[in-house]
Design a protein around this ligand. Structure first.
Ligand code: TXA
Ligand code: MG
Length: 318
């Protein structure tokens, strides 16, 4: 199969209407989309990504008003968050209706729902009469794509079309929020910070991040976002001194020395660092180094979401 790259929404729609896969731009990362109501099409997402079927998918809709067609109940806290943050980098876990195939949610009673904020994808979604199921458009376990070119690096020849919407403006995946009684629980750190969610709700929320050891949400595996080149989260200067003979690349932040290597944000902005993170991880991975060293970012803004990605990238190498 030849993979075509372009910005033709009509072409994307007609492929999706026929049950084909199309990579779509979002403000977080590119998604690998199919008709969420078509089980055969959804199965093809898992196949193209090599993704285990116990790992459920997010559905994408153009408006919050449509969510109630697919979920049985909307908790007030979800409504409140949606008024502030959707469209945007936040995903809600909500009790699913039967019209959604079980494959989509891996048999889980809740479905993950998101309204993405990218103009091309919103226009596409508005033209469809079904939601789009879309995980990140990378082979399972590898770094998520923030450019159409990244999608091609992993899926060229496996999908017919990549809708090119430029660089993802946020750069890390959506924050996933769950609702248990009156409690709001963050299941994945992402593009909306915990502090912003707490300010909006006027109360503290729990953070229960799943991992392979504590799989609160199925499929939130440790070995995600992994580069081929071993990546270590740690103190750059110490490691450089410890292994003087090794070809080490630094992926740093702010005023720290990052030569040889990359600086996620010389001005020390966690928003900018999130935007650069996955592209720089890919560049570092392609540079033929022995080791990538990434110091942790500060715990402000999107810092915790970035640190989560770095730690998962590291886990794989052990
Ligand atoms: O920003 C994003 O969320 C991107 C863009 C494309 O929208 N999507 C994305 O999808 O990151 P994916 O499949 O790479 O990650 C979705 C995560 C998975 O870790 C999955 O386990 C969790 O969401 N998830 C999905 N449905 C769930 C459910 N019903 N219960 C618990 N966790 C769920
Ligand atoms: Mg992913």
């Amino acid at each position: 199969m030849v993979t075509v790259l372009g910005n033709d929404i009509e072409r994307a729609k007609s492929l999706l209407d026929r049950g084909e896969l199309v990579a779509i731009p979002t403000e977080t990362v590119y998604g690998l989309a199919a008709n969420a109501l078509n089980e055969a099409a959804v199965l093809n997402i898992f196949k193209a990504k090599n993704r285990p079927q116990f790992n459920p998918l997010i559905i994408h809709l153009p408006f919050w008003q449509l969510v109630k067609q697919y979920v049985r109940y909307l908790p007030p806290a979800a409504q409140e968050l949606a008024m502030h943050f959707s469209p945007g980098p936040i995903t809600y876990l909500l009790p699913k209706k039967d019209i959604l195939p079980d494959l989509l949610t891996a048999g889980h009673p809740k479905v993950a729902v998101r309204i993405p904020a990218h103009p091309l994808t919103l226009q596409l979604l508005r033209s469809l009469n079904y939601p789009l199921a879309a995980p990140s458009a990378n082979p399972f376990g590898y770094v998520s794509p923030t450019l159409a070119q990244h999608v091609l690096q992993g899926l060229n020849g496996k999908i017919p079309y990549v809708l090119d919407g430029g660089q993802s403006s946020i750069g890390v995946e959506s924050t996933i929020v769950d609702f248990e009684g009156d409690a709001v629980v963050i299941r994945r750190l992402g593009g909306i910070s915990q502090a912003d969610i707490e300010t909006t709700l006027g109360k503290k929320v729990q953070v229960a991040i799943a991992s392979s050891d504590h799989p609160v949400a199925p499929g939130m595996l440790n070995s995600h976002y992994a580069t081929q080149t071993p990546l270590v989260v740690g103190h750059a200067a110490q490691l450089l001194a410890q292994f003087p003979q090794k070809n080490i690349l630094v992926m740093g932040f702010g005023s720290m020395a990052c030569t040889p290597g990359y600086n996620l944000s010389p001005q020390g902005s966690t928003d900018e660092a999130a935007r650069n993170l996955f592209a720089m991880m890919r560049q570092a991975d392609a540079a033929g180094a022995d080791l990538i060293v990434a110091p942790k970012l500060p715990h402000t803004g999107l810092g915790p979401a970035i640190n989560d990605r770095l730690l998962r990238a590291q886990h794989h190498q052990k």
